[in-house]
Design a protein around this ligand. Structure first.
Ligand code: M6R
Length: 598
Protein backbone atom coordinates (compact mmCIF):
# COMPACT_ATOMS: atom_id res chain seq x y z
CA UNK A 1 0.00 0.00 0.00
CA UNK A 2 1.47 3.34 -1.10
CA UNK A 3 -0.02 6.76 -1.76
CA UNK A 4 -0.02 8.27 -5.23
CA UNK A 5 -1.05 11.71 -6.51
CA UNK A 6 -0.76 13.53 -9.83
CA UNK A 7 -1.70 16.96 -11.17
CA UNK A 8 -1.84 18.56 -14.58
CA UNK A 9 -3.25 22.03 -15.08
CA UNK A 10 -2.38 25.73 -15.08
CA UNK A 11 -1.25 26.16 -11.46
CA UNK A 12 2.17 25.36 -9.98
CA UNK A 13 2.04 21.60 -9.34
CA UNK A 14 4.35 21.41 -6.31
CA UNK A 15 2.09 22.75 -3.53
CA UNK A 16 -0.94 20.87 -4.85
CA UNK A 17 0.98 17.58 -4.99
CA UNK A 18 2.43 17.97 -1.49
CA UNK A 19 -0.87 18.94 0.13
CA UNK A 20 -2.63 16.03 -1.51
CA UNK A 21 0.17 13.62 -0.65
CA UNK A 22 -0.03 14.50 3.06
CA UNK A 23 -3.62 13.22 3.05
CA UNK A 24 -2.29 9.84 1.95
CA UNK A 25 0.38 9.46 4.59
CA UNK A 26 -1.78 6.80 6.26
CA UNK A 27 -0.98 4.61 3.22
CA UNK A 28 2.77 4.60 3.85
CA UNK A 29 5.52 6.82 5.16
CA UNK A 30 8.90 5.21 4.77
CA UNK A 31 9.96 7.43 1.87
CA UNK A 32 8.42 10.03 -0.42
CA UNK A 33 9.22 11.71 -3.72
CA UNK A 34 8.02 14.00 -6.51
CA UNK A 35 8.65 14.37 -10.23
CA UNK A 36 7.64 17.65 -11.85
CA UNK A 37 8.21 18.68 -15.43
CA UNK A 38 9.60 22.20 -15.53
CA UNK A 39 12.01 22.90 -18.39
CA UNK A 40 13.12 19.34 -17.86
CA UNK A 41 12.21 16.47 -15.54
CA UNK A 42 12.95 17.44 -11.90
CA UNK A 43 12.97 14.63 -9.35
CA UNK A 44 13.41 14.76 -5.59
CA UNK A 45 13.03 11.95 -3.11
CA UNK A 46 13.85 11.28 0.51
CA UNK A 47 13.78 8.51 3.05
CA UNK A 48 11.25 9.05 5.84
CA UNK A 49 7.97 10.89 6.17
CA UNK A 50 6.62 13.43 3.70
CA UNK A 51 7.75 16.20 6.09
CA UNK A 52 11.37 15.24 5.38
CA UNK A 53 10.82 15.63 1.65
CA UNK A 54 9.03 18.94 2.14
CA UNK A 55 11.91 20.27 4.23
CA UNK A 56 14.49 19.44 1.57
CA UNK A 57 12.50 20.43 -1.48
CA UNK A 58 13.52 23.57 -3.42
CA UNK A 59 10.84 25.62 -5.17
CA UNK A 60 10.03 23.85 -8.44
CA UNK A 61 8.15 25.51 -11.27
CA UNK A 62 6.05 23.42 -13.63
CA UNK A 63 2.38 22.60 -13.77
CA UNK A 64 2.43 18.85 -14.26
CA UNK A 65 3.78 16.38 -11.75
CA UNK A 66 3.39 13.19 -9.76
CA UNK A 67 4.20 12.31 -6.15
CA UNK A 68 4.41 9.19 -4.02
CA UNK A 69 4.57 8.14 -0.38
CA UNK A 70 5.90 4.64 0.02
CA UNK A 71 5.07 1.53 1.99
CA UNK A 72 7.99 -0.72 1.16
CA UNK A 73 7.37 -4.20 -0.20
CA UNK A 74 10.44 -4.86 -2.39
CA UNK A 75 13.66 -3.13 -1.43
CA UNK A 76 14.18 -1.64 2.00
CA UNK A 77 13.08 1.90 2.83
CA UNK A 78 15.82 4.20 1.51
CA UNK A 79 16.31 7.23 -0.70
CA UNK A 80 17.42 5.01 -3.59
CA UNK A 81 14.31 2.84 -3.36
CA UNK A 82 11.95 5.83 -3.06
CA UNK A 83 9.67 6.61 -6.02
CA UNK A 84 9.55 8.18 -8.66
CA UNK A 85 11.94 6.17 -10.83
CA UNK A 86 13.31 7.32 -14.15
CA UNK A 87 14.50 5.65 -17.31
CA UNK A 88 18.15 5.75 -18.40
CA UNK A 89 17.69 9.09 -20.21
CA UNK A 90 15.75 10.70 -17.33
CA UNK A 91 12.90 11.56 -19.69
CA UNK A 92 10.16 9.39 -18.15
CA UNK A 93 9.20 9.28 -14.46
CA UNK A 94 7.04 6.58 -12.88
CA UNK A 95 5.41 5.87 -9.53
CA UNK A 96 3.72 2.63 -8.53
CA UNK A 97 1.51 1.12 -5.86
CA UNK A 98 1.42 -2.68 -5.96
CA UNK A 99 3.76 -5.55 -6.68
CA UNK A 100 5.35 -6.58 -9.98
CA UNK A 101 5.58 -10.33 -9.55
CA UNK A 102 7.77 -11.13 -12.56
CA UNK A 103 10.21 -8.25 -12.12
CA UNK A 104 13.30 -10.45 -11.82
CA UNK A 105 12.75 -12.04 -15.25
CA UNK A 106 12.08 -8.64 -16.81
CA UNK A 107 15.10 -7.08 -15.11
CA UNK A 108 17.39 -9.80 -16.43
CA UNK A 109 16.30 -9.11 -20.02
CA UNK A 110 16.51 -5.35 -19.62
CA UNK A 111 20.01 -5.61 -18.17
CA UNK A 112 21.07 -7.66 -21.19
CA UNK A 113 19.62 -4.93 -23.39
CA UNK A 114 21.82 -2.37 -21.61
CA UNK A 115 19.38 -0.66 -19.22
CA UNK A 116 20.89 0.61 -15.99
CA UNK A 117 19.17 0.13 -12.64
CA UNK A 118 19.65 2.16 -9.51
CA UNK A 119 17.29 0.56 -6.98
CA UNK A 120 16.37 -2.85 -5.52
CA UNK A 121 12.68 -2.37 -6.26
CA UNK A 122 10.31 -4.31 -8.47
CA UNK A 123 8.96 -1.00 -9.85
CA UNK A 124 12.08 0.20 -11.63
CA UNK A 125 11.71 -2.41 -14.41
CA UNK A 126 8.47 -0.73 -15.47
CA UNK A 127 10.02 2.66 -16.24
CA UNK A 128 12.69 0.93 -18.33
CA UNK A 129 9.99 -0.98 -20.22
CA UNK A 130 8.26 2.36 -20.87
CA UNK A 131 11.57 3.70 -22.18
CA UNK A 132 11.98 0.64 -24.41
CA UNK A 133 8.53 1.03 -25.97
CA UNK A 134 8.38 4.84 -26.07
CA UNK A 135 8.04 6.30 -29.56
CA UNK A 136 6.64 9.72 -28.71
CA UNK A 137 3.35 8.40 -27.23
CA UNK A 138 3.33 7.51 -23.52
CA UNK A 139 -0.12 5.88 -23.65
CA UNK A 140 1.01 3.45 -26.37
CA UNK A 141 4.21 2.71 -24.44
CA UNK A 142 2.11 2.00 -21.33
CA UNK A 143 -0.20 -0.39 -23.19
CA UNK A 144 2.79 -2.34 -24.54
CA UNK A 145 4.47 -2.37 -21.13
CA UNK A 146 1.38 -3.71 -19.36
CA UNK A 147 1.38 -6.77 -21.63
CA UNK A 148 4.62 -7.85 -19.92
CA UNK A 149 3.60 -7.20 -16.32
CA UNK A 150 2.28 -9.81 -13.89
CA UNK A 151 1.09 -8.59 -10.53
CA UNK A 152 -0.91 -5.74 -9.14
CA UNK A 153 -0.47 -2.09 -9.92
CA UNK A 154 -1.51 1.50 -10.01
CA UNK A 155 1.09 3.01 -12.36
CA UNK A 156 1.41 6.74 -12.98
CA UNK A 157 3.87 8.06 -15.57
CA UNK A 158 4.91 11.36 -17.14
CA UNK A 159 7.30 12.10 -19.99
CA UNK A 160 9.34 15.27 -20.47
CA UNK A 161 8.65 14.90 -24.20
CA UNK A 162 4.87 15.18 -23.66
CA UNK A 163 4.47 18.02 -21.18
CA UNK A 164 1.06 18.31 -19.58
CA UNK A 165 0.22 14.62 -19.99
CA UNK A 166 -0.09 11.95 -17.27
CA UNK A 167 -0.71 8.31 -18.16
CA UNK A 168 -2.06 5.93 -15.52
CA UNK A 169 -2.99 2.24 -15.40
CA UNK A 170 -4.67 0.10 -12.82
CA UNK A 171 -4.95 -3.53 -11.79
CA UNK A 172 -5.96 -4.46 -8.24
CA UNK A 173 -4.53 -1.29 -6.64
CA UNK A 174 -6.80 1.72 -6.17
CA UNK A 175 -6.62 4.74 -8.42
CA UNK A 176 -9.13 7.55 -8.84
CA UNK A 177 -9.37 10.41 -11.32
CA UNK A 178 -10.56 13.88 -10.31
CA UNK A 179 -11.95 16.47 -12.72
CA UNK A 180 -11.39 20.22 -12.35
CA UNK A 181 -11.70 23.24 -14.64
CA UNK A 182 -8.74 23.27 -17.01
CA UNK A 183 -6.92 21.01 -14.56
CA UNK A 184 -7.21 17.34 -13.65
CA UNK A 185 -6.00 15.12 -10.84
CA UNK A 186 -5.23 11.53 -9.96
CA UNK A 187 -4.81 9.90 -6.53
CA UNK A 188 -4.92 6.59 -4.68
CA UNK A 189 -7.81 7.68 -2.57
CA UNK A 190 -10.49 10.34 -2.21
CA UNK A 191 -9.07 12.28 0.80
CA UNK A 192 -6.14 13.41 -1.33
CA UNK A 193 -8.41 15.20 -3.80
CA UNK A 194 -11.25 16.65 -1.75
CA UNK A 195 -9.59 20.02 -1.30
CA UNK A 196 -9.29 20.37 -5.08
CA UNK A 197 -12.36 18.66 -6.51
CA UNK A 198 -15.27 16.42 -5.58
CA UNK A 199 -15.92 15.22 -9.17
CA UNK A 200 -14.46 11.72 -9.07
CA UNK A 201 -14.37 8.50 -11.05
CA UNK A 202 -12.69 5.22 -10.16
CA UNK A 203 -10.31 3.67 -12.63
CA UNK A 204 -11.13 -0.04 -12.88
CA UNK A 205 -8.89 -3.04 -13.42
CA UNK A 206 -7.54 -3.20 -16.95
CA UNK A 207 -8.15 0.50 -17.63
CA UNK A 208 -5.55 3.03 -18.78
CA UNK A 209 -6.17 6.78 -18.64
CA UNK A 210 -4.44 9.68 -20.34
CA UNK A 211 -4.96 12.96 -18.53
CA UNK A 212 -4.21 16.47 -19.74
CA UNK A 213 -5.46 19.78 -18.28
CA UNK A 214 -8.48 19.73 -20.58
CA UNK A 215 -9.15 16.05 -21.23
CA UNK A 216 -9.40 12.63 -19.61
CA UNK A 217 -9.40 9.68 -21.96
CA UNK A 218 -9.85 6.14 -20.64
CA UNK A 219 -9.11 3.04 -22.74
CA UNK A 220 -9.02 -0.72 -22.16
CA UNK A 221 -5.87 -2.80 -22.53
CA UNK A 222 -6.42 -2.98 -26.31
CA UNK A 223 -6.72 0.80 -26.62
CA UNK A 224 -10.55 0.89 -27.09
CA UNK A 225 -12.10 3.99 -25.56
CA UNK A 226 -14.33 3.53 -22.47
CA UNK A 227 -16.84 6.09 -21.22
CA UNK A 228 -16.75 6.69 -17.45
CA UNK A 229 -19.41 7.73 -15.00
CA UNK A 230 -18.50 10.66 -12.76
CA UNK A 231 -19.87 11.08 -9.26
CA UNK A 232 -19.93 14.00 -6.87
CA UNK A 233 -18.50 13.12 -3.47
CA UNK A 234 -20.22 14.61 -0.45
CA UNK A 235 -17.90 13.22 2.29
CA UNK A 236 -15.79 15.52 4.41
CA UNK A 237 -12.03 14.85 4.57
CA UNK A 238 -12.26 12.83 7.80
CA UNK A 239 -14.95 10.53 6.39
CA UNK A 240 -12.87 10.10 3.30
CA UNK A 241 -9.78 9.01 5.24
CA UNK A 242 -11.83 6.23 6.73
CA UNK A 243 -13.04 5.33 3.23
CA UNK A 244 -16.58 6.27 4.28
CA UNK A 245 -16.54 3.75 7.16
CA UNK A 246 -17.45 5.04 10.59
CA UNK A 247 -14.23 3.74 12.14
CA UNK A 248 -10.80 2.70 10.92
CA UNK A 249 -11.32 -0.65 12.63
CA UNK A 250 -14.36 -1.40 10.48
CA UNK A 251 -12.54 -0.28 7.33
CA UNK A 252 -9.63 -2.52 8.25
CA UNK A 253 -11.89 -5.51 8.92
CA UNK A 254 -13.36 -4.99 5.46
CA UNK A 255 -9.84 -4.90 3.99
CA UNK A 256 -9.34 -8.59 4.85
CA UNK A 257 -10.01 -9.87 1.31
CA UNK A 258 -7.45 -7.55 -0.29
CA UNK A 259 -5.02 -8.22 2.55
CA UNK A 260 -5.24 -11.98 1.97
CA UNK A 261 -4.72 -11.40 -1.73
CA UNK A 262 -1.69 -9.13 -1.20
CA UNK A 263 -0.03 -11.42 1.32
CA UNK A 264 -0.37 -14.38 -1.05
CA UNK A 265 0.61 -12.44 -4.18
CA UNK A 266 3.73 -13.74 -5.90
CA UNK A 267 4.39 -16.32 -3.25
CA UNK A 268 2.85 -19.44 -4.65
CA UNK A 269 3.44 -19.58 -8.37
CA UNK A 270 4.73 -22.96 -9.58
CA UNK A 271 5.15 -24.02 -5.96
CA UNK A 272 8.04 -21.62 -5.68
CA UNK A 273 7.05 -20.58 -2.21
CA UNK A 274 10.15 -18.63 -1.28
CA UNK A 275 13.81 -18.99 -0.27
CA UNK A 276 14.46 -22.25 1.64
CA UNK A 277 13.86 -22.10 5.37
CA UNK A 278 16.68 -24.58 5.90
CA UNK A 279 17.14 -27.95 7.58
CA UNK A 280 19.19 -26.92 10.60
CA UNK A 281 16.30 -27.40 13.04
CA UNK A 282 13.95 -30.16 14.14
CA UNK A 283 11.52 -28.02 16.12
CA UNK A 284 9.95 -24.58 15.92
CA UNK A 285 9.31 -22.04 18.64
CA UNK A 286 7.09 -19.05 18.03
CA UNK A 287 7.34 -15.94 20.15
CA UNK A 288 5.04 -12.88 20.16
CA UNK A 289 2.70 -10.66 22.21
CA UNK A 290 -1.03 -9.98 22.20
CA UNK A 291 -2.86 -10.70 18.98
CA UNK A 292 0.39 -11.76 17.33
CA UNK A 293 0.76 -14.33 20.11
CA UNK A 294 -2.65 -15.77 19.24
CA UNK A 295 -1.54 -15.94 15.61
CA UNK A 296 1.50 -17.87 16.88
CA UNK A 297 -0.76 -20.23 18.84
CA UNK A 298 -2.82 -20.84 15.71
CA UNK A 299 0.47 -21.28 13.88
CA UNK A 300 1.33 -24.21 16.15
CA UNK A 301 -1.73 -26.09 14.86
CA UNK A 302 -1.04 -25.02 11.29
CA UNK A 303 2.66 -25.96 11.31
CA UNK A 304 2.16 -29.25 13.09
CA UNK A 305 -0.68 -30.30 10.83
CA UNK A 306 0.75 -29.16 7.51
CA UNK A 307 4.50 -29.49 8.03
CA UNK A 308 4.55 -32.06 10.83
CA UNK A 309 7.17 -30.12 12.80
CA UNK A 310 6.83 -30.03 16.62
CA UNK A 311 6.09 -26.43 17.57
CA UNK A 312 5.93 -24.58 20.86
CA UNK A 313 4.71 -21.06 21.52
CA UNK A 314 5.87 -18.57 24.11
CA UNK A 315 4.92 -15.05 25.11
CA UNK A 316 7.80 -12.71 24.26
CA UNK A 317 7.79 -11.23 27.77
CA UNK A 318 8.25 -14.74 29.22
CA UNK A 319 10.70 -16.03 26.66
CA UNK A 320 13.14 -13.20 27.32
CA UNK A 321 13.64 -14.34 30.89
CA UNK A 322 13.14 -18.10 30.52
CA UNK A 323 15.89 -20.60 31.17
CA UNK A 324 17.98 -21.37 28.14
CA UNK A 325 16.96 -24.66 26.57
CA UNK A 326 19.72 -26.64 24.93
CA UNK A 327 18.06 -27.27 21.60
CA UNK A 328 18.01 -24.54 18.94
CA UNK A 329 14.59 -24.46 17.31
CA UNK A 330 13.72 -22.28 14.35
CA UNK A 331 12.47 -19.29 16.30
CA UNK A 332 9.68 -17.38 14.56
CA UNK A 333 9.02 -13.91 15.95
CA UNK A 334 5.67 -12.41 15.03
CA UNK A 335 4.91 -8.71 15.34
CA UNK A 336 2.74 -6.58 13.08
CA UNK A 337 4.67 -3.41 14.01
CA UNK A 338 8.08 -5.02 14.28
CA UNK A 339 8.69 -2.57 17.15
CA UNK A 340 7.16 -4.28 20.20
CA UNK A 341 9.87 -4.08 22.82
CA UNK A 342 9.28 -7.51 24.33
CA UNK A 343 9.35 -9.20 20.93
CA UNK A 344 12.52 -7.34 19.99
CA UNK A 345 14.09 -8.41 23.29
CA UNK A 346 13.07 -12.00 22.54
CA UNK A 347 14.59 -11.77 19.05
CA UNK A 348 17.90 -10.62 20.50
CA UNK A 349 17.79 -13.36 23.12
CA UNK A 350 17.04 -16.04 20.48
CA UNK A 351 19.93 -14.71 18.40
CA UNK A 352 22.26 -15.00 21.37
CA UNK A 353 21.06 -18.54 21.97
CA UNK A 354 22.16 -19.33 18.42
CA UNK A 355 18.68 -20.19 17.11
CA UNK A 356 17.91 -19.84 13.40
CA UNK A 357 15.46 -16.93 13.16
CA UNK A 358 12.49 -15.93 11.06
CA UNK A 359 10.27 -12.88 11.54
CA UNK A 360 6.73 -12.23 10.39
CA UNK A 361 6.02 -8.52 10.35
CA UNK A 362 4.05 -5.91 8.46
CA UNK A 363 6.81 -3.25 8.49
CA UNK A 364 9.72 -3.37 6.12
CA UNK A 365 12.84 -1.95 7.74
CA UNK A 366 11.36 -2.31 11.25
CA UNK A 367 13.65 -2.99 14.21
CA UNK A 368 12.55 -6.64 14.18
CA UNK A 369 13.36 -7.00 10.48
CA UNK A 370 16.78 -5.48 11.07
CA UNK A 371 17.44 -7.69 14.11
CA UNK A 372 16.75 -10.97 12.32
CA UNK A 373 18.15 -9.80 8.95
CA UNK A 374 16.03 -8.67 5.99
CA UNK A 375 16.47 -12.02 4.18
CA UNK A 376 14.82 -13.84 7.10
CA UNK A 377 11.60 -11.83 7.13
CA UNK A 378 8.17 -12.71 5.80
CA UNK A 379 6.37 -9.41 5.15
CA UNK A 380 2.61 -9.56 5.54
CA UNK A 381 1.81 -6.62 3.20
CA UNK A 382 -1.41 -5.75 5.00
CA UNK A 383 -0.85 -2.01 4.65
CA UNK A 384 -1.04 0.37 7.57
CA UNK A 385 -3.43 -0.52 10.36
CA UNK A 386 -4.63 2.52 12.28
CA UNK A 387 -7.20 1.03 14.65
CA UNK A 388 -5.48 -0.01 17.89
CA UNK A 389 -7.22 -3.38 17.70
CA UNK A 390 -5.33 -5.60 15.27
CA UNK A 391 -7.68 -7.03 12.63
CA UNK A 392 -6.45 -7.30 9.06
CA UNK A 393 -2.88 -7.78 10.25
CA UNK A 394 -3.95 -10.85 12.26
CA UNK A 395 -5.54 -12.30 9.12
CA UNK A 396 -2.33 -11.58 7.21
CA UNK A 397 -0.25 -13.29 9.93
CA UNK A 398 -2.39 -16.42 9.59
CA UNK A 399 -1.90 -16.37 5.81
CA UNK A 400 1.85 -16.01 6.34
CA UNK A 401 1.82 -19.04 8.66
CA UNK A 402 -0.10 -21.16 6.13
CA UNK A 403 2.45 -20.26 3.46
CA UNK A 404 5.42 -20.94 5.72
CA UNK A 405 3.90 -24.30 6.75
CA UNK A 406 3.37 -25.22 3.10
CA UNK A 407 6.92 -24.24 2.26
CA UNK A 408 8.26 -26.41 5.07
CA UNK A 409 5.98 -29.27 3.96
CA UNK A 410 7.47 -28.95 0.50
CA UNK A 411 11.06 -28.80 1.74
CA UNK A 412 10.60 -31.75 4.09
CA UNK A 413 8.27 -33.79 1.88
CA UNK A 414 5.62 -34.06 4.57
CA UNK A 415 2.97 -33.41 1.91
CA UNK A 416 3.18 -34.35 -1.74
CA UNK A 417 3.02 -31.73 -4.45
CA UNK A 418 -0.63 -32.52 -5.28
CA UNK A 419 -1.69 -31.94 -1.69
CA UNK A 420 0.31 -28.70 -1.54
CA UNK A 421 -1.15 -27.52 -4.82
CA UNK A 422 -4.66 -28.31 -3.63
CA UNK A 423 -4.12 -26.28 -0.46
CA UNK A 424 -2.64 -23.37 -2.39
CA UNK A 425 -5.63 -23.46 -4.74
CA UNK A 426 -7.96 -23.28 -1.77
CA UNK A 427 -5.96 -20.38 -0.32
CA UNK A 428 -6.67 -18.45 -3.51
CA UNK A 429 -10.38 -18.72 -2.72
CA UNK A 430 -10.00 -17.25 0.77
CA UNK A 431 -10.55 -13.61 -0.30
CA UNK A 432 -13.98 -14.71 -1.58
CA UNK A 433 -14.66 -16.59 1.65
CA UNK A 434 -13.75 -13.44 3.57
CA UNK A 435 -16.14 -11.35 1.46
CA UNK A 436 -18.96 -13.75 2.25
CA UNK A 437 -18.41 -13.41 6.00
CA UNK A 438 -18.17 -9.63 5.72
CA UNK A 439 -21.45 -9.70 3.81
CA UNK A 440 -23.03 -11.01 7.01
CA UNK A 441 -22.30 -7.71 8.77
CA UNK A 442 -26.02 -6.82 9.22
CA UNK A 443 -26.85 -10.20 10.84
CA UNK A 444 -23.86 -9.98 13.15
CA UNK A 445 -24.85 -6.42 14.07
CA UNK A 446 -28.29 -7.71 15.09
CA UNK A 447 -26.66 -10.25 17.41
CA UNK A 448 -24.49 -7.48 18.84
CA UNK A 449 -27.62 -5.41 19.51
CA UNK A 450 -29.16 -8.38 21.32
CA UNK A 451 -26.16 -9.21 23.50
CA UNK A 452 -24.26 -5.93 23.90
CA UNK A 453 -25.10 -5.45 27.58
CA UNK A 454 -24.02 -8.87 28.89
CA UNK A 455 -21.75 -8.94 31.92
CA UNK A 456 -19.39 -11.60 30.60
CA UNK A 457 -18.64 -13.19 27.25
CA UNK A 458 -17.04 -16.61 26.96
CA UNK A 459 -15.70 -17.85 23.68
CA UNK A 460 -15.18 -21.55 23.18
CA UNK A 461 -13.12 -23.30 20.57
CA UNK A 462 -11.16 -26.48 20.13
CA UNK A 463 -8.00 -27.24 18.15
CA UNK A 464 -7.12 -24.47 15.72
CA UNK A 465 -10.16 -22.51 16.82
CA UNK A 466 -9.04 -22.40 20.45
CA UNK A 467 -6.49 -19.60 19.78
CA UNK A 468 -9.07 -17.97 17.53
CA UNK A 469 -11.47 -18.00 20.51
CA UNK A 470 -8.75 -16.30 22.58
CA UNK A 471 -8.32 -13.67 19.88
CA UNK A 472 -12.09 -13.15 19.69
CA UNK A 473 -12.15 -12.59 23.44
CA UNK A 474 -9.23 -10.15 23.24
CA UNK A 475 -11.08 -8.12 20.59
CA UNK A 476 -14.16 -7.88 22.80
CA UNK A 477 -12.12 -6.91 25.89
CA UNK A 478 -10.08 -4.27 24.13
CA UNK A 479 -12.78 -2.31 22.43
CA UNK A 480 -16.05 -3.07 24.28
CA UNK A 481 -14.58 -3.41 27.81
CA UNK A 482 -16.79 -6.46 28.43
CA UNK A 483 -15.12 -9.10 30.55
CA UNK A 484 -14.41 -11.70 27.87
CA UNK A 485 -12.44 -14.94 28.05
CA UNK A 486 -11.60 -17.59 25.54
CA UNK A 487 -11.46 -21.22 26.58
CA UNK A 488 -10.45 -24.52 25.08
CA UNK A 489 -13.96 -25.96 25.32
CA UNK A 490 -12.75 -29.21 26.88
CA UNK A 491 -11.45 -27.25 29.86
CA UNK A 492 -14.86 -25.93 30.89
CA UNK A 493 -15.61 -28.62 33.39
CA UNK A 494 -12.24 -28.10 35.03
CA UNK A 495 -13.35 -24.73 36.40
CA UNK A 496 -14.77 -22.12 34.04
CA UNK A 497 -18.22 -23.75 34.07
CA UNK A 498 -18.72 -22.11 37.48
CA UNK A 499 -18.79 -18.73 35.71
CA UNK A 500 -21.73 -19.54 33.45
CA UNK A 501 -24.92 -17.64 34.15
CA UNK A 502 -27.82 -15.97 32.37
CA UNK A 503 -25.90 -12.71 32.42
CA UNK A 504 -23.20 -14.13 30.17
CA UNK A 505 -23.18 -14.94 26.48
CA UNK A 506 -21.20 -17.83 25.06
CA UNK A 507 -19.87 -17.91 21.51
CA UNK A 508 -18.95 -21.45 20.52
CA UNK A 509 -17.03 -22.40 17.38
CA UNK A 510 -18.51 -25.65 16.11
CA UNK A 511 -17.03 -26.28 12.68
CA UNK A 512 -17.44 -29.85 11.50
CA UNK A 513 -13.94 -31.08 12.29
CA UNK A 514 -12.91 -34.06 14.44
CA UNK A 515 -13.94 -32.16 17.60
CA UNK A 516 -17.45 -31.31 16.40
CA UNK A 517 -19.33 -33.81 18.59
CA UNK A 518 -17.28 -32.84 21.61
CA UNK A 519 -18.06 -29.16 21.24
CA UNK A 520 -21.77 -29.91 20.85
CA UNK A 521 -21.46 -31.62 24.25
CA UNK A 522 -19.75 -28.52 25.67
CA UNK A 523 -22.55 -26.32 24.31
CA UNK A 524 -25.08 -28.51 26.14
CA UNK A 525 -23.10 -28.05 29.36
CA UNK A 526 -23.20 -24.24 29.22
CA UNK A 527 -26.80 -24.11 28.05
CA UNK A 528 -27.80 -26.20 31.06
CA UNK A 529 -26.28 -23.45 33.26
CA UNK A 530 -28.52 -20.82 31.66
CA UNK A 531 -26.03 -19.06 29.36
CA UNK A 532 -27.34 -18.26 25.89
CA UNK A 533 -25.09 -19.59 23.11
CA UNK A 534 -24.24 -18.18 19.70
CA UNK A 535 -22.95 -21.05 17.56
CA UNK A 536 -20.44 -20.41 14.79
CA UNK A 537 -20.68 -23.24 12.28
CA UNK A 538 -20.52 -24.04 8.59
CA UNK A 539 -23.27 -23.12 6.16
CA UNK A 540 -25.69 -26.01 5.80
CA UNK A 541 -25.16 -27.29 9.35
CA UNK A 542 -28.82 -27.57 10.36
CA UNK A 543 -27.93 -29.84 13.24
CA UNK A 544 -26.10 -27.06 15.09
CA UNK A 545 -29.28 -24.97 15.16
CA UNK A 546 -30.80 -27.46 17.63
CA UNK A 547 -28.11 -26.77 20.21
CA UNK A 548 -27.81 -22.99 20.19
CA UNK A 549 -29.87 -19.83 20.65
CA UNK A 550 -28.37 -17.98 17.68
CA UNK A 551 -26.22 -18.92 14.76
CA UNK A 552 -23.50 -17.38 12.63
CA UNK A 553 -23.04 -19.59 9.57
CA UNK A 554 -19.70 -19.14 7.83
CA UNK A 555 -18.79 -20.54 4.40
CA UNK A 556 -17.56 -24.14 4.40
CA UNK A 557 -13.80 -24.38 3.96
CA UNK A 558 -11.25 -27.10 4.72
CA UNK A 559 -11.06 -27.15 8.51
CA UNK A 560 -7.44 -25.98 8.55
CA UNK A 561 -8.56 -22.70 6.94
CA UNK A 562 -11.58 -22.19 9.21
CA UNK A 563 -9.58 -19.73 11.35
CA UNK A 564 -10.04 -17.05 8.67
CA UNK A 565 -13.86 -16.93 8.45
CA UNK A 566 -14.23 -17.53 12.19
CA UNK A 567 -11.98 -14.66 13.22
CA UNK A 568 -13.69 -12.29 10.80
CA UNK A 569 -17.03 -13.12 12.42
CA UNK A 570 -15.51 -12.39 15.86
CA UNK A 571 -13.99 -9.11 14.69
CA UNK A 572 -17.34 -7.94 13.34
CA UNK A 573 -19.15 -9.05 16.49
CA UNK A 574 -16.68 -7.22 18.76
CA UNK A 575 -16.89 -4.11 16.60
CA UNK A 576 -20.69 -3.95 16.67
CA UNK A 577 -20.88 -4.71 20.41
CA UNK A 578 -18.42 -1.89 21.11
CA UNK A 579 -20.42 0.42 18.88
CA UNK A 580 -23.68 -0.43 20.67
CA UNK A 581 -21.97 0.34 23.95
CA UNK A 582 -20.78 3.71 22.66
CA UNK A 583 -17.08 2.89 23.10
CA UNK A 584 -14.15 4.76 21.60
CA UNK A 585 -13.44 2.04 19.03
CA UNK A 586 -10.28 3.14 17.24
CA UNK A 587 -8.52 4.30 20.39
CA UNK A 588 -9.58 2.11 23.32
CA UNK A 589 -8.77 3.41 26.79
CA UNK A 590 -5.35 2.68 28.30
CA UNK A 591 -3.99 1.04 25.12
CA UNK A 592 -1.37 1.99 22.53
CA UNK A 593 -1.06 0.54 19.04
CA UNK A 594 2.57 -0.37 19.56
CA UNK A 595 4.03 -1.15 22.95
CA UNK A 596 7.61 0.06 23.01
CA UNK A 597 8.07 -0.21 26.76
CA UNK A 598 8.51 -3.27 28.91
O1 M6R B 1 2.92 -5.00 16.83
P1 M6R B 1 2.75 -6.31 17.54
O2 M6R B 1 2.07 -7.34 16.72
O3 M6R B 1 4.05 -6.83 18.10
O4 M6R B 1 1.82 -5.98 18.78
C1 M6R B 1 1.56 -6.94 19.76
C2 M6R B 1 0.39 -6.53 20.61
O5 M6R B 1 0.67 -5.36 21.33
C3 M6R B 1 -0.87 -6.31 19.77
O6 M6R B 1 -1.17 -7.46 19.02
C4 M6R B 1 -2.09 -5.99 20.64
O7 M6R B 1 -2.41 -7.08 21.43
C5 M6R B 1 -3.23 -5.60 19.71
N1 M6R B 1 -3.54 -4.21 19.85
C6 M6R B 1 -4.46 -6.37 19.93
O8 M6R B 1 -5.50 -5.96 19.11
Amino acid sequence: MCGIVGYTGYRRAQPILLNSLKKLEYRGYDSAGVAIIDKEMVIHKDKGEIAVLVEHLPKIEGSVGIAHTRWATHGKPSQINAHPFTDCKKMIALIHNGIVENYLDIKEKLLEEGHEFKSDTDTEVVVHLLEKYYEGDLEKAMLKTLKEIEGSYAFVAISAEEKGKIVVARKESPLILGKGNDENFIASDIPALLKETNRITNLHDGEVATITPKSIRVVDMEGNEISKEWKTITWNVEDAERGGYEHFMLKEIYEAPSTIHNTILGRMSALDLGPPLGDDFSAIKMVACGTSYYAAMAGKYILEEIAGIPTTVELASEYRYSSRAHERPLTILISQSGETLDTLGAAREAKQRGCPLLAITNYMGSSLARTVGENRVFYTRAGIEIGVAATKTFVAQLIALYLIALQLAQERHTKNSDEIRRMLDEMRTLPRVAWKVLGMGPEIRELAEKYHDVKDAFILGRGLNYPIALEGALKLKEISYIHAEGFAAGELKHGPLALMSEEAVVLAVAVQDHTYKKILGNIREVNARGSPVIGIGYEGDDNLRKFVDDLILIPKVSNIFSAIPVVLAFQLFAYHVAKERGCEIDKPRHLAKTVTVE
